[in-house]
Design a protein around this ligand. Structure first.
Ligand SMILES: Cc1ncc(COP(=O)(O)O)c(C=O)c1O
Length: 363
């Protein structure tokens, strides 16, 4: 008996969905040194995990969590210094990206994004029937503000989506440029600040105080080291959040994730200390990487990861590194970044393992 579903049934799925590729991290395999997803190399210290055990025993697993967990929201609002009602939390900021799509993107709506940029955004726009307007970055991979301003004038987009610092380029957008874009945009400007803790420019959150058309997206997956828990949040003016509450999915932050988020927000000193370490380790990684024979280019970074290029085919190089137990990411999916690999900065010993494997492979 065949388990195939007849094509006429599959055709009931919206064409926008059928045309899409699923989000899957390519080339993933179990390795000792995992530097392919811009995660923090630091797990929660065992003493804090033990503290959580007590909370764990008090959680009623049979009960739903709150639709939006009030204590976590309050803690995030005070962390950001924003008024009550300004924060929406979700199952990672990726979930909130889809909430943005449900709220703002309808058939044919123009959404402007610099490119290359975190691929999920364009996919979200297409899935909702919108029209992504990609604006090429400059040859040095900086966001091209004048080209964005031109495209805003021409397309009058409902949304402009910026990521600062940007993934995959690693570069922050100067704050004056962000402000020019916000002033020129007829609609909302979404600023993804997944890596803002590493950004020497500082956060763009204060722009929300001055402009009503700003929406900030943040995550606890990077500097806070909670990628496995799935916690992200959105900050906007309360009127906007109140509308977004209508399209958000309920119960997306489970009781355990809420407890861990609260714990980390109480331990800002630890997060701060780790951010300092990661920044230092990333700089050291950069300084060594540029000196390796066979490495043709390393881009500067405002994040916890680096892009680099060699003369070798990046897919082959990735496999050779994985054979030496080190996993990095191939950027071949981004046409502008052909030839580049991306490496997340890990602990000093992980970075050394990567540098040794690369040196040996390029020899
Ligand atoms: C720019 C950017 N935004 C968002 C995310 C994902 O965040 P989360 O884990 O909260 O879904 C990533 C992850 O790599 C990212 O690079």
């Amino acid at each position: 008996m065949s388990h195939r579903v007849p094509e006429r049934l599959l055709e009931l799925i919206r064409p926008a969905v059928r045309a899409e590729k699923p989000y899957i991290v390519p080339g993933t395999r179990p390795v000792a040194v995992k530097l392919n997803q811009n995660e923090s190399p630091f797990d929660l210290p065992p003493s804090l995990k033990r503290e959580l055990l007590e909370a764990f025993f008090q959680i009623d697993f049979n009960r739903y969590p709150s639709e939006q967990p009030a204590r976590l929201i309050q803690a995030l609002e005070s962390h950001c210094g924003v008024e009550s009602g300004s924060v929406l939390v979700g199952n990672g900021s990726n979930e909130l990206t889809y909430t943005l799509g449900l709220c703002f993107v309808g058939d044919g709506d123009a959404v402007l994004t610099p490119t290359p940029m975190f691929a999920l955004y364009e996919s979200m726009v297409r899935l909702h029937g919108g029209r992504p307007i990609p604006v090429q970055c400059r040859p040095d991979f900086q966001v091209d503000t004048s080209a964005i301003l031109d495209a805003i004038r021409k397309e009058q987009p409902k949304l402009v989506i910026l990521a600062t610092p940007n993934n995959p380029t690693g570069l922050a957008i100067p704050k004056v440029d962000i402000e020019r874009i916000i002033k020129a945009a007829p609609g909302f400007v979404v600023i993804d600040e997944a890596y803002h803790e590493f950004n020497p420019e500082g956060a763009a959150l204060d722009l929300l105080m001055r402009y009503p058309n700003v929406i900030i997206l943040r995550t606890l997956s990077k500097a806070f080291g909670l990628a496995g828990l799935r916690l992200g949040y959105l900050v906007a003016r309360p009127d906007v959040v109140a509308e977004m509450m209508k399209s958000r999915l309920p119960f997306m932050v489970d009781r355990l994730a809420e407890q861990v988020g609260l714990l980390m927000l109480r331990h800002q000193d630890l997060v701060h200390d780790r951010v300092q370490q990661i920044r230092f380790n990333t700089q050291t990684l950069y300084d060594t990487l540029v000196q390796i024979r066979g490495v043709d280019e390393v881009l500067p970074t405002d994040t916890n990861f680096l892009l680099f290029r060699t003369a070798r085919d990046p897919g082959e190089l990735l496999n050779a590194l994985a054979d030496r137990d080190v996993l990095v990411r191939n950027m071949a999916g981004y046409p502008q970044l052909k030839g580049f690999l991306r490496v997340t900065s890990g602990t000093p010993s992980e970075n050394k393992a990567f540098l040794d494997a690369l040196t040996a492979t390029l020899r």
